[in-house]
Design a protein around this ligand. Structure first.
Ligand SMILES: *Cc1c(COP(=O)(O)O)cnc(C)c1O
Ligand code: SF4
Length: 342
């Protein structure tokens, strides 16, 4: 099994993750060279990638490059982060905001769709840009001042007793420095009706270095129940370092769940999905959701239909214990929760 995340022990831990997060490959020409795709055979793909990254910038994790098969744009990791001409196609039924998230924002950056829980778009920054991202058209530029927006969000939560859980999402909340997270969490802890704090993070698994002692301490001392929902789509994303990096979080009482997106050409098979569930379990994480992709413009080439999704999950049910079978869901605009499929 290749190591997904190269270790460089010469850097101290916090600096190491900040360097990785701050230093992705952002230029398609450079990426094609690094992945050995800069040959005549891939010339059209490069033109498409350059165009696609104008609409949604390229952020490819540099630390992963050494672990990918060179010359293969369809490696299950590469495909998730490599821009492609297919993103420029306008497919029928696809739009910028199919979930009507813009309507569900009582204050900018706070989504209140489900009764007892709110989702805070904590930051606009992600360590990586997943090409299938359902928030790729989110007007992040409107929220230049996240801390100012947090104030408004906190005031909104304080005024509503029915809200018991705050979900920090984004962007990726773990792309914030520990100091900023501390400020936010200390503030949320003071709201008496909150019981639970949840993180949705892609960074946690891709960069185990992000799980710093300071982060563990912050969450260990938090009054709220803490849940970390990792975002892992393929078993190759789980590095050998991840279980050890997560162990202190578990010891601190943090519950670990995973959500995946079902993506054509990435994980749409019983084999990768069952291996994913087993590897997650070995790392102390339980599978939570398997999302059918949202119909967001530029992502139709990743679409998997409901029937295929149901067949795959039935296949998992025959192979795995029930607690390793994720719930197959789709998000439907204006529904009071995720919609279970099958
Ligand atoms: C997915 C989502 C949640 C969380 O839903 P759960 O079913 O509790 O995981 C909350 N708010 C928004 C806006 C969401 O999209
Ligand atoms: S980490 Fe999540 S929010 Fe960020 S680009 Fe990927 S899917 Fe989108």
């Amino acid at each position: 099994m290749p190591h997904m995340v190269a270790r460089s022990d010469s850097l101290d831990t916090p600096k190491k993750w900040q360097h990785q997060v701050a230093n992705p490959v952002t230029d398609s020409s450079e990426l094609f060279t690094l992945l050995d795709l800069a040959t005549d055979a891939h010339g059209d793909e490069l033109v498409g990638a350059l165009k696609a990254s104008e609409a949604f910038p390229l952020r490819f994790p540099r630390s992963l490059i050494g672990q990918l098969d060179s010359g293969n744009p369809n490696h299950p990791i590469t495909r998730q982060f490599l821009p492609s001409a297919a993103e420029l196609n306008d497919a029928a039924g696809y739009s910028a905001d199919p979930l009507a998230e813009q309507e569900a924002q009582p204050v900018p950056g706070l989504l209140h769709k489900y009764r007892g829980r709110v989702l805070l778009v904590t930051t606009q920054v992600c360590a990586v840009h997943c090409r299938y991202c359902f928030r790729r058209h989110y007007p992040y530029a409107d929220q230049r001042d996240p801390e100012g927006l947090w104030q408004q969000a906190i005031a909104y939560i304080e005024q509503r007793q029915q809200i018991t859980e705050v979900i920090l999402s984004g962007g990726d909340p773990l792309s914030l420095a520990d100091q900023k997270l501390t400020t936010l969490i200390k503030r949320l802890e003071k709201i008496p009706h909150l019981t639970t704090l949840r993180f949705h993070s892609r960074t946690a698994a891709l960069f185990p270095e992000r799980i710093t002692p300071a982060l563990v301490e912050l969450l260990e001392n938090c009054r709220l129940n803490v849940v970390l929902v990792t975002h892992i789509n393929h078993p190759l994303e789980i590095s050998d370092q991840l279980p050890a990096a997560l162990a202190p979080l578990q010891a601190a009482g943090v519950k670990l769940l995973n959500q995946s997106v079902l993506l054509k050409g990435v994980n749409d098979g019983v084999e990768p999905l069952s291996e994913l569930s087993e590897k997650l379990f070995s790392a102390g994480i339980l599978p939570y959701y398997l999302h059918l992709p949202d119909r967001v413009s530029g992502t139709a080439h990743f679409a998997v239909d409901d029937e295929t999704g149901k067949t795959l999950v039935n296949g998992l049910r025959r192979r795995l214990p029930g607690y390793l079978v994720p719930r197959l869901v789709r998000e439907v605009a204006h529904e009071a929760g995720k919609t279970l499929i099958g």
